[in-house]
Structures are given as structure tokens and as C-alpha cells.
Design a protein around this ligand. Structure first.
Ligand code: CUA
Length: 322
């Protein structure tokens, strides 16, 4: 059984591509533990099988008295396994300490998890659903959750960290390979947990695709797009579509199709018109006026969304009447 070690850029049977600096260390320790375990499993099972056959009970054969002990054998089978597990512990523990201590001056990206989407906020305040990072730069995630426990998991970076409500956790990595990789939620967080999937895009240092170029271009989308297109992008970026469909199907929240201008009944009886002020209030204070038939599960966007974004979103919702 010969398994090739993961090379940068390509995955193996066990692992995806190694796209961050610590990935090789993680994989090496995994293979070490795996091969040691396989070796001892085969060794012990082989000896056990031989002994079971060789020393089985037979008619007319009396058991021999066993020798009390064998010093050399006992030292060998104590010292070698001890050295192996000490090596595993030492490598694992020092690796863990390194991973739990973000370097000072690392590029910082805010991560907000919510049922069931990811939000990444860059130092200039721009927010995306797909994580964008520069290659070769120590990058730190400062993460929190709007609701339940989620878990930030990028297999290609060998990075996984829980994301908790009411608390900040950190993860850091140095991407080494330009490309697009999977980003999962690795903690069961409710109905659409398995759909809480996005991507990490590792940008090259220079050129038109560089991280800086991307950030500048992408941050500017509201001034470049029409209000309706900008609003559609806000709808996608902010994860509205997780609950508010555009095709009329009802999710955790009402569909936006044809919703604009209609009169709706609230959970406690009164009516409300689905207009600018209702939309704005519902984004900032989602629990203030919950429509009948829905649970008050929407997280607030107070302090996370700009007025321009709400305005664009309203233009987009209006456009859905036709
Ligand atoms: Cu979020 Cu599972």
C-alpha cells in the first residue's frame, strides 16, 4: 500500500490540495500517525494469528511453563512506542500552539456566520459572501456568529475553527496557492447547514487579478451598477435569498416576488404595507413587525448594512413587481 504525499496544487486520496503554509505539516503528521497505526496493526494481528495457530490446545500436549519475563523485549516494546507517541504529541501540540496564535500584523478579515450564510468584511468595510484573500500574506479571520454555533472550515488550508455567538474566535493562515477552494460550515446549525457552503478565492500578488485590484473594484459596485442591479447584488451578498425567494415560494421568510406595495397581515393582527419604510425597518429591526405565518428568526442588519445598500435593495424589490 503506497500512498503519495500531497503535492502543492493537487489533492490525494486523503487530502485536497495544500493551499496554505501549514498544510504540509498537518498532512505529514497525519501520514505519520496513519503509517505507524497501520504498521502496528499488521504486526500485532500477524503475530496474534501465528500464536493462535501455533499454541492452540492439542490432545496429549501439556502447556509449557512460560518464562517470567524478557528484559530486552520489554524495554524495546516500551521505549519505541513511547518515543513514537511523544513525537506525535510534540508535533501536534507545537503545531496547535502555532495555529492558535495569529502573528501580529496579519491582514484582518471579519467573519460573520448566520443561518445559513457567510459574510466576510474587509478592512475598508466592504462585505462579500465569498472569501477573497491575497496569496503569500498572513491572514487572520476574526469570527463571530449572529445566531448559533457554526464552524469555519477550509480543507485546502487545513483550517477549522468554531464560530460562536457572543464571542470572537480567530483563525489564521498564509495561502500559498492561487486558486478557488471550498469553504464549509462544519458544525450542524439547522435545516440548511449542508448548504452553508461558499468558496475562498486566493488572488495573485500582482496583475489585474490581484487582491488589491479586486477589492477596489468590488467595493465600488453601488456606484458602478444601476440601483436595481446594485440592489440585486446586495440581495445576494447579504444572504437575503436564504429565506426570501424571488420565485414566489415561501421560505423562512416571505418571497419577494410581487411583494412590493402589497398589504400584509402581521402576526398580532394589524396590517402593514410592504413599502420603503417597512423594508427598512425590517432590515434594521426584523422582530418589530413579523408577518403572520412566519417566525421572528431574521437577524438584524443594524450597523452592518449601509443606507446606500438599503436604498439599492428597495429599488431591486420594486423592480420585482413586473
Ligand atoms: Cu452553519 Cu452549519
Amino acid at each position: 500500500m503506497m500512498l503519495t504525499l500531497a503535492q502543492a496544487g493537487e489533492g490525494t486520496f486523503w487530502f485536497p490540495a495544500q493551499a496554505a503554509e501549514n498544510a504540509a505539516k498537518v498532512d505529514d503528521l497525519f501520514y505519520f500517525v496513519l503509517y505507524v497505526s497501520v504498521f502496528f496493526f499488521l504486526l500485532i494481528m500477524t503475530i496474534l494469528s501465528i500464536f493462535v495457530i501455533r499454541y492452540r490446545r492439542r490432545e496429549g500436549v501439556e502447556p509449557e511453563k512460560s518464562p517470567s519475563h524478557n528484559t530486552v523485549l520489554e524495554i524495546v516494546w516500551s521505549v519505541i512506542p513511547t518515543a513514537l507517541v511523544v513525537y506525535m504529541f510534540y508535533t501536534g501540540f507545537t503545531g496547535y500552539l502555532e495555529k492558535r496564535t495569529p502573528p501580529t500584523g496579519a491582514y484582518e478579515i471579519g467573519v460573520t456566520a448566520q443561518k445559513w450564510s457567510w459574510n466576510f468584511t474587509y478592512p475598508n468595510g466592504h462585505t462579500t459572501n465569498v472569501l477573497h484573500v491575497p496569496v503569500g500574506v498572513e491572514t487572520q479571520m476574526v469570527m463571530t456568529s449572529e445566531d448559533v454555533i457554526h464552524s469555519f472550515f477550509v480543507p485546502a488550508f487545513r483550517e477549522k475553527m468554531d464560530v460562536l455567538p457572543g464571542r470572537y474566535t480567530k483563525a489564521w493562515f498564509t495561502p500559498t496557492l492561487v486558486g478557488t477552494y471550498d469553504l464549509f460550515c462544519a458544525e450542524y446549525c439547522g435545516t440548511a447547514h449542508s448548504e452553508m457552503i461558499t468558496k475562498v478565492v486566493v488572488h495573485p500578488q500582482d496583475g489585474p487579478d490581484s487582491f488589491e485590484n479586486w477589492l477596489r473594484e468590488d467595493s465600488d459596485f453601488l456606484t458602478k451598477l444601476s440601483p436595481v442591479e446594485g440592489g440585486k447584488k446586495v440581495y445576494q451578498l447579504r444572504g437575503c435569498g436564504q429565506c426570501h425567494s424571488l420565485d414566489g415560494t415561501s421560505g423562512n421568510g416571505p418571497s419577494f416576488k410581487g411583494a412590493w406595495g402589497t398589504e400584509r397581515t402581521l402576526a398580532d393582527g394589524p396590517k402593514v404595507v410592504f413599502d420603503e419604510n417597512y423594508v427598512r425597518e425590517s432590515i434594521l429591526m426584523p422582530k418589530a413587525k413579523v408577518l403572520a405565518g412566519y417566525e421572528p428568526v431574521m437577524p438584524t442588519f443594524q450597523g452592518r448594512i449601509k443606507d446606500e445598500e438599503i436604498t439599492a435593495l428597495i429599488a431591486f424589490l420594486k423592480s420585482l413587481q413586473q
